[in-house]
Design a binder for this molecule. Structure first.
Ligand code: PLP
Length: 1007
């Protein structure tokens, strides 16, 4: 008990006035050392609330430094107290006049109880609603060891491949699985959801036609949310989306305009159509064919690649990822080889390391926004890596025979159900052409739906007289029997399910020519890990190659890699959140709605805005959503011509890419020498484009980590010329409780919940990028075709699911409730102090770019490596050398080439900050040796970094420094060493020899 008290009293709140407990050292000392005292009657009794005050308060667990550390750090930065540090850092003009109106933090245990009570208001029914989402059995070995495992979910995007080979291998397994199942040669490492993947496919066909053909035809039997997402996206590009009865559409009459077609296979009513002839007639008319499909169905059906499709896409959810009320799930995207350079999202490729050994890495990164900006193939940055890994693991675990058996079982049960329904005298509209979904003709859909509800079953009303039922892997014989009862005619004798099953024909219930004959998942990786022991070891084998927050701080500027607390993570795998279909009847989702509304309210309070949309699935999608909302506002005022978006040169690449996607013309605004927005240039451009000015995009604090003084004035200038201010909220972690985007003057902002609000990065997703806006923009917040969301003049959906990746929102909800208003504010203060402390420790050794007139940075700062470049040491060398010290590099070469941007976050203790600073200082000495010429410019410990075990254990060691100095540059490394699993990866080689599926075992043997 004593040690618990001692532990929890270690940290204190960061402002004066809060209840303080004495330091643990003193408690222990008093207990151990003082002589027994005579009994003294206490003068005062303790207040009751102190007696019962819970000790599992969260804020001191979330915030790294304790009170002693804070004092030492304040001293280092030259501030007498926290308030002085803040006043030197943040312009007083933008400080919030009032503290956050968010209640006191709730202790951890109480919070889980409260959330459980809310979650219990969701009704977990059997949902046979289909439409791209089905229930699935998440193998427990994957649930516990990937989804619930911080070593997987706290990883960063694998930009440092030497310490990310595990997840890169898993993502290449995902790509291989997708190429195998779809029959197309190249697949990416996931997109956000099926709707946005379809939108990306449309743009790919449009770009392939050199943006000259503007007609995109969509089968009316595609999922409605997919069609709606496509239409939203098409508006910005003036692409005409025509929804048609695809078999009766006269493609040859539209040769001049046709860029592409979207088909659904099996379609939204469950019908498996033969698209082969149609595909060739679309090709003859000059169009490309994109097929939205289902990986499970493809285990039995001819693949899209085999019938000529150019692109295949869909949702990999049913490969072992919970429904989660719509997400997060990994969308997949595959295409013909000729389109590979237009591929949206991340692509993992095979390359080689400095020893010539196979190594995985992110390929073709020059397509992405950080290089191509408004010309990028898409704005996707954060995608759905963790969920792609889960789906890949599902395929690894089951293998081809297992997947086929699951698909066959689903199909067989659907066939039994169809036979029973027929026996009941009803008509299955897609009889003889289904995989897992039946469209059943009934007298009244609503009465069937009601009857199903009495058995806790959700069915879909396709129309007034047609009911859809989609079966999945979880369905049992009893479930089929229940469904048959739902479809039974009044008074008719019950049909025997066993008789139906025994009469099941040998052939599948879809056209014979669509039977899959080609093999899939033949690679050994999908044929080796089918026992739980093997699977567990494979997961842990990959995990051991990857550095994550379980090892050390990941100080990536602009990424806010903070604590993802266990209490925040626990609820996401509760069935009450995990097993809800996104289109479940509204009255079954009360728990979700309470949680979502509370989160919206808290986000409004934090940002100062009036409305929130929880739909966007990433920061970049938030940008897109916000800009579309701005467009809709201008349109409604008769200002449709307003299409110029001003963007500072320092902006993240997704800003211009999103603006381009929203159909805006990007005009760049300069920054001055101190990294601030060049106000003169802003004023000049705002005035120059005043007639067409739509918006400015500002990141605050800036991407240089600065609280720019001119920000409020910049907002005024834009407003004066009729524009709107979009604030990129990637850096909101530096604002909470101290200032607010709305108070600064912004009209709309997104929040990266996967940064500021504790959703883990998952190795490149999931993320959530909700937007908040002022009341004049709120009417335009995104809607949804199936579940009502958004404002009264809502723009179309940005995501396939009404609330994006709803099942991870409890993480952010919990973070806010655990911290409370004061805790959140203290957290911001600690984030600022941590950054300034590190900057001040590193300043004698490196030049720190961009500090304010008081020498302070914001929540992050930039270390300049440019002075060393001419001497042969670049930012990449420092980044790789940090791996030898067990650290992930800070953000490299952004926003300034050959710099490192460091963001420690509030969650790191002084000990960890010092460990990182010490490593950087040792590296500086190593750089100095190169500068002095005492070591070779071409062959030194920096340019050869990182040093893998293979390099260090080689018989031959011909480097001009010892193995020891390579591997153990600091003493702690002897105790605590993270080994990069390959040596430096050759990026250029990988792009020249592009290979994006698992290499064959022979290729490994050749090494
Ligand atoms: C400043 C800034 N804006 C936007 C984004 C894009 O966010 P997301 O990756 O969630 O799409 C990032 C991502 O790191 C960022 O740093």
């Amino acid at each position: 008990m004593l040690s618990r008290i001692a532990q929890s009293s270690k940290k204190i709140a960061l402002t004066s006035g809060a209840v303080r407990l004495c330091s643990p050292a003193r408690v222990v000392a008093n207990v151990r050392l003082s002589a027994p005292k005579p009994f003294v009657r206490l003068q005062h009794t303790k207040p009751v609330h102190q007696v019962f005050a819970p000790l599992d308060t969260f804020a001191p667990r979330h915030i790294g430094p304790d009170s002693n550390e804070i004092q030492a750090m304040l001293k280092q930065v030259g501030a007498k107290d926290m308030e002085e540090m803040l006043s030197k850092t943040i312009p007083s003009s933008i400080r919030s006049p009032k503290p956050l109106a968010i209640k006191e933090g709730i202790p951890e245990r109480e919070l889980l109880g409260r959330l459980k009570a809310i979650a219990s208001k969701n009704k977990v029914h059997r949902s046979y609603l289909g439409q791209g989402y089905t229930d699935t059995v998440v193998p427990n070995v994957i649930l516990r060891n990937v989804m619930e495992n911080p070593a997987w979910y706290t990883q960063y995007t694998p930009y440092q491949p030497e310490i990310a080979q595990g997840r890169l291998e898993s993502l290449i397994n995902f790509q291989t699985m997708v190429t195998d199942m779809t029959g197309l040669p190249i697949a990416n490492a996931s997109l956000l959801d099926e709707g946005t993947a379809a939108a990306e496919a449309m743009l790919m066909t449009w770009q392939a036609a050199r943006r000259k053909k503007n007609l995109f035809v969509v089968d009316e039997n595609c999922h409605s949310q997919t069609i709606a997402c496509l239409k939203t996206r098409a508006e910005s590009f003036n692409i005409e989306v025509v929804t048609a009865d695809i078999f009766n559409y006269k493609f040859d009459e539209h040769k001049k305009d046709l860029c592409g077609v979207l088909l659904q296979y099996p379609n939204a009513c469950g019908t498996v159509e033969d698209y082969e002839a149609l595909t060739s007639s679309i090709h003859s008319a000059g169009g490309q064919v994109a097929v939205a499909t289902d990986l499970m169905a493809l285990a039995l059906l001819k693949s899209p690649g085999e019938f000529g499709a150019d692109i295949a896409l869909g949702n990999a959810q049913r490969f072992g990822v919970p429904l989660g009320f719509g997400g997060p799930h990994a969308a997949f995207f595959a295409c013909k080889d000729e389109h590979k350079r237009r591929m949206p999202g991340r692509l993992v490729g095979v390359s080689k390391d400095a020893n010539g050994k196979h190594a995985y890495r992110l390929a073709l990164q020059t397509r992405e926004q950080h290089i191509r900006r408004e010309k990028a193939t898409s704005n996707i940055c954060t995608a759905q890596a963790l969920l792609a890994n889960m789906s890949a693991m599902y395929a690894v675990y089951h293998g081809p025979a297992g997947i086929k058996a699951i698909a066959q079982r689903i199909h067989n049960m659907t066939a039994v159900l169809a036979a029973g329904i027929r026996e009941n005298g009803l008509v299955v509209e897609n009889d003889g052409a289904f995989f897992d979904t039946l469209s059943v003709k009934v007298d009244s859909s609503s009465s069937i739906l009601q009857k199903a509800l009495t058995k806790n079953i959700n069915l879909r009303a396709i129309n007034g007289q047609t009911v859809g039922v989609t079966l999945d892997e979880t369905v049992t014989q009893a479930d089929v029997a229940d469904l048959l009862e739902v479809f039974a005619q009044e008074g008719a004798p019950a049909v025997s399910i066993d008789t139906l099953a025994s009469a099941l024909p040998q052939v599948n219930s879809f056209p014979i020519q669509l039977q899959r004959t080609s093999a899939y998942l033949e690679h050994p990786i999908f044929n080796s890990h089918h026992s739980e022991t093997e699977m567990l070891r494979y997961i842990h084998h990959l995990q051991s190659k990857d550095l994550s927050l379980v090892h050390s701080m990941i100080p990536l500027g602009s990424c806010t890699m903070k604590l993802n607390a266990t209490t925040e993570m626990i609820p996401i795998t509760w069935a009450e959140f995990g097993n809800i279909h996104p289109f479940a009847p509204v009255d079954q989702t009360d728990g979700y709605r309470i949680m979502l509304q509370e989160l919206e309210k808290d986000l409004e309070e934090i940002t100062g805005f009036d409305g929130v949309s929880l739909q966007p699935n990433s920061g970049a999608q938030g940008e897109y959503a916000g800009l579309r909302v701005i467009r809709a506002y201008h349109d409604a005022r008769g200002d449709s011509h307003r299409n110029v978006c001003l963007i500072p040169i320092s902006a993240h690449g997704t800003n211009p890419a999103s603006a381009a996607m929203a159909g805006m013309d990007v005009v760049i605004v300069k920054c001055d020498e101190d990294g601030n927005l060049d106000m003169e240039d802003l004023k000049t451009k705002a005035e120059k484009y005043k007639d067409n000015l739509s918006a400015v995009m500002i990141t605050y604090p800036s991407t240089f980590g600065m609280f720019e003084r001119g920000v409020a004035e910049a907002c005024e200038v834009i407003h004066k010329y009729g524009g709107q201010v979009y604030m990129d909220g990637a850096n909101l972690n530096a604002q909470i409780g101290l200032t607010k985007p709305a108070e600064i003057g912004a009209d709309v902002c997104h929040m990266n919940l996967h940064k500021t609000f504790c959703i883990p990065h998952g190795g490149g997703g999931p993320g959530m990028g909700p937007i908040a806006c002022k009341s004049h923009l709120a009417p335009y917040l995104p809607g949804h075709p199936v579940i009502t969301t958004g404002g009264q003049n809502a723009i179309g959906p940005i995501s396939a699911a009404p609330f994006g990746s709803a099942s991870i929102l409890p993480i952010s909800w919990a973070y806010i409730k655990l911290m409370g208003g004061q805790g959140l504010t203290n957290s911001t203060k600690a984030a600022l102090l941590n950054a300034n402390y590190m900057a001040s420790r590193l300043a004698p050794h490196y030049e720190i770019l961009y500090t304010n007139e008081n020498g302070m940075c914001g929540h992050e700062f930039i270390v300049d490596i440019r002075p060393f470049v001419d001497h042969g040491v670049a930012a990449i060398d420092v980044a790789k050398r940090l791996q030898d010290f067990g650290f992930h590099s800070p953000t490299m070469s952004w926003p300034v080439t050959n710099t490192l941007m460091i963001e420690p976050t509030e969650s790191e203790s002084k000990v960890e900050l010092d460990r990182f600073c010490d490593a950087m200082i040792v590296i500086r000495k190593e750089i100095q040796a190169v500068l002095d010429g005492s070591v070779s410019k071409e062959n030194n410990v920096l340019v050869n970094a990182p040093h893998s075990l293979e390099t260090l254990m080689a018989d031959e060691w011909n480097k001009p420094y010892s193995r020891e100095s390579a591997a153990y540059p600091m003493p702690y490394l002897r105790e605590k060493k993270f080994w990069p699993s390959v040596s430096r990866v050759d990026d250029a080689y990988g792009d020249r020899n592009l290979m994006c599926t698992c290499p064959s075992p022979e290729e490994y043997m050749d090494q």
